[in-house]
Design a protein around this ligand. Structure first.
Ligand SMILES: Nc1ncnc2c1ncn2[C@@H]1O[C@H](COP(=O)(O)OP(=O)(O)O)[C@@H](O)[C@H]1O
Ligand SMILES: [Mg+2]
Ligand SMILES: [Zn+2]
Length: 527
């Protein structure tokens, strides 16, 4: 468009033109529909943007203006009003640059953009000043939303293509700049949507070099991890430095089932919302293993921020959250963690809207038995006094420890174990058993739509965790002797259910309950 044409429009065009572009916003990990309404009318040139947080408005306006000009198009010298509806949610900024620019160009005459092609086409993307379309967070969720809304397609930034292609039966149009977006819209019929041909390859690059057989001895800890993997139970390992706690935790991933398709989508949605995907890691195909340091902020662990972002517990969704030096995490953080463990999701409240992130992780916690690390060790002498030990262990007693199903002591290896050349069972063979018990659970809980024993509610436990007579007697005794709370009682039964499943037993027998009880009581209680 030339300058003379522009003057012509200002002089002759007094009626206003209007455009509506479908776009998406993100609350938590879920996409919601945002309509971008653009109204351009004669009058003093102005560019008014409503529906974004104050700070984002100016930045977005500048990017849109420059991107349009850099793409060889004229930015209208008119009164432009852009409204992002619904207006009651303040939206995170850059996602809407591209649809705002498209909306402005759609109103422009002579027509730059074919208006009819835009119907039920979703558009998302950040613009650079040069007109380049930059990657954004949440694209996978946007594609899921567009599909649910019956869209005929969605235009997304090219660098977000791989995560988007997890979803089938929707046309995905990746673009690298504004000009390409315009071309896609105008020639929609002739452009073939994106198809990913490399997805199936991602399975093969995931071979890990660590294995269960690397760990010498530690039969009890390995058994606990197998039960954990089998029924998705939380684990606490207590032992002196160097006893192999971290080594064991890392190897848990090697005996877990591969991520199912649904799990891949759920976890990738979290990573996409958090902006943790990049060109190399464009979707999550391996079970997450997150090990945040204990000085992480509460928001970093649980989630938070003015535009809420998922924390480590959500990045561990469908995977493992390894909290080393568990006693060093601040009490406030452990309290929030306790709620998250219970709910398997976390809600972050903000004045306008609250949002929810999933966090169905298996917690593997590890700590020393005392401040110096050597309480109960048979080689090094503990230098702590009893009061300090009690105070130290008190940090994780009560409500939080009640929720950890499998509690074990990881003792230092003795000389025979260290010198041993006997090779122990490898991950693949342990994993076979894990896969078998997961299958048993999936079949049993088909109607409940839960994956494993640890997900059973109190009511469901009564139905699915029936014990034999001897088992019942032992349980009664345990409640009295160890003053089991109702909650720990439930958890013992759930662990016993997994142990029985590993033993291919429909009914939970006394031996299963005895083993489950052993994982609760032999730790901090014996000072
Ligand atoms: N059971 C074990 N079998 C083989 N190596 C072990 C074992 N336990 C510890 N190690 C060795 O000691 C190192 C430290 O173990 P680590 O897992 O970091 O201990 P922790 O976390 O309990 O302090 C490991 O990297 C490994 O080389
Ligand atoms: Mg360690
Ligand atoms: Zn000590």
């Amino acid at each position: 468009m030339t300058a003379t044409q522009e003057i012509e429009i200002i002089e002759t065009d007094t009626k206003s033109s209007f455009a509506k572009i479908s776009s998406c916003g993100l609350i938590g990990v879920n996409g919601y529909a945002v309509e971008i309404e653009t109204d351009i009318a004669g009058g003093l040139p102005n560019f008014i943007l409503v529906g974004l947080p104050d700070t984002a408005i100016n930045e977005s306006r500048e990017r849109v203006r420059s991107a349009i000009r850099s793409s060889g198009l004229e930015f209208p010298s008119k009164k432009i009003v852009v409204n992002l509806a619904p207006a009651d949610t303040k939206k995170a900024g850059p996602t809407y640059d591209l649809p705002i620019a498209i909306g402005i160009l759609t109103c422009y005459e002579p027509e730059v953009i074919n208006k009819t092609n835009l119907e039920s086409l979703y558009v998302v993307g950040e613009l650079g000043l040069s007109g380049k379309v930059r990657p954004i967070n949440g694209v996978l969720s946007f594609v899921i939303l567009a599909k649910k809304k019956g869209a005929k397609g969605i235009i997304i930034p090219k660098d977000n293509s791989l995560e988007a292609s997890l979803i089938e039966e929707i046309n995905i149009y990746p673009v690298s700049d504004l000009a390409e977006a315009i071309n896609v819209i105008n020639n929609l019929k002739n452009i073939s949507p994106f198809k990913n041909t490399t997805l199936s390859d991602t399975k093969n690059i995931n071979k890990l070099s660590i294995d269960f057989s690397d760990v010498k001895g530690q039969a009890l800890a390995k058994r606990a991890l197998e039960i954990s993997a089998g029924g998705q139970h939380h684990v606490l390992m207590i032992g002196p430095p160097g006893s192999g706690k971290s080594m064991l935790a890392q190897r848990l991933t090697t005996i877990l089932p591969p991520l199912a398709y649904e799990e891949k989508i759920e976890t990738t949605q979290v990573y996409s919302a958090a902006g943790k995907l990049n060109k190399e890691n464009s979707l999550v195909s391996l079970r997450p293993f997150r090990s945040p340091h204990h000085n992480i902020s509460p928001a970093g662990l649980i989630g938070g921020g003015s535009i809420p972002q998922p924390g480590e517990i959500s990045l561990a969704h469908n995977g493992i959250l390894f909290l080393d030096e568990f006693t060093e995490f601040p009490k406030q953080v452990l309290d929030s963690l306790r709620q998250a463990i219970e709910a398997k999701e976390v809600t972050i409240s903000r004045s306008r809207k609250s949002c929810t992130f999933p966090c169905d992780f298996t917690l593997i916690a590890a700590c020393n038995p005392c401040p110096c690390g050597y309480f109960g060790d048979n080689i090094k002498k503990c230098k702590c006094n009893l009061n300090n030990i009690k105070k130290y262990q008190g940090k994780i007693s009560g409500p939080i420890i009640d929720r950890i199903d499998l509690q074990i002591e990881v003792k230092r290896l003795n000389e025979n174990e260290i010198m041993s050349t006997k090779s122990s069972e490898n991950s693949e063979s342990v994993k076979e058993r894990v896969l078998k018990v997961r299958k048993i659970q999936l079949n049993r809980y088909k109607k409940l739509n839960i994956p494993s024993n640890s997900h059973l509610s109190s009511k469901e436990i009564k139905y699915f965790c029936k014990t034999d007579k001897n088992g019942e007697l032992i349980l009664r005794e345990a409640i009295k002797t160890f003053s089991l709370t109702a909650r720990s009682f439930d958890r013992v039964l759930k662990v016993a259910r997994t142990i029985a499943d590993l033993g291919n037993s429909d009914i939970i027998r006394d031996e299963h309950i005895l083993e489950a009880l052993q994982f609760r009581l032999n730790t901090f209680t014996n000072i």
